[in-house]
Design a protein around this ligand. Structure first.
Ligand code: 6GU
Length: 224
């Protein structure tokens, strides 16, 4: 997979891809991340990338020309499966979306800022708009990192067996059951007997029951 990330603040996204599992995915060549600083496509001496909105509302709007130049340049080099705009107006990210994106080859993530991008960029280039939840961030960069993380960890070879994505919360629309490790007893707090029993079918049943119980308590909406 290749992800091209367009942003005015690419430095905000460097460390996640230089650390731990995402770094290993990059080092193994399972994913390529390419940052594109929109400022390099800015207009004039001041490399302008935003301007006041027509109609006179508050805030600034990211201009069409730098964005169109940047995206068109990328598109001239390869075919992209999706051009994704990170915006609070988008569809809320969930596991199903991450699963679908993880099957694709080439993605562009465009990080929004200010009051958003000129509508014509959306009409011309954007194929998907994604939000990471109902709250507002200073820009799309952290959301782009969240989206990239959720997708990259699903690529074959990224996780090892113990970290397997198949038993994640949400992968089967259930939250995860509680987990325990040694010691079996700590200050009078005991690990549930069944987990020490060695009876794997009983353990499976117990874990499933706990997952249902927790999901019913915390996220009944997932059981609909
Ligand atoms: Cl994608 N961008 C911004 N600025 N805020 C958000 C978001 C995205 N998703 C949730 N809040």
């Amino acid at each position: 997979m290749r992800i091209d990330i367009i942003s005015v603040l690419p430095e905000l996204m460097e460390s996640p891809f230089k650390t731990s599992i995402l770094k290993r995915a990059v080092d193994k060549g399972l994913v390529e991340i390419h940052f594109h600083n929109l400022r390099n496509y800015g207009l004039g001496k001041y490399r302008q990338i935003d301007d006041a909105p027509y109609g006179g509302s508050a805030g600034m709007v990211m201009m069409i020309e730098p964005l169109d130049n940047c995206i068109s340049e990328l598109k001239s080099q390869r075919n992209y499966d999706e051009v994704i705009y990170l915006t609070p107006d988008g569809q809320t990210l969930n596991q199903k979306i991450a699963n679908k994106l993880s099957t694709l080859e080439n993605l562009i993530f465009l990080c929004g800022h200010y009051k958003g991008i000129d509508q014509r960029v959306r009409d011309l280039h954007i194929t998907k708009e994604i939000s990471i939840g109902d709250y507002v961030l200073t820009g799309g960069e952290l959301a782009a990192c969240v989206l990239a993380d959720s997708v990259i960890r699903l690529l074959p070879g990224v996780l090892n067996d113990e970290q397997s994505a198949l038993t994640d919360s949400f992968q089967d629309d259930l939250l995860s059951p509680p987990v325990y490790t040694r010691p079996a007893s700590y200050k009078g707090l005991d690990v549930p007997e069944v987990l020490l029993s060695g009876n794997f079918s009983k353990i499976e049943d117990w874990l499933h029951d706990e997952a249902i119980k927790i999901t019913r308590e915390r996220r009944p909406d997932l059981l609909q």
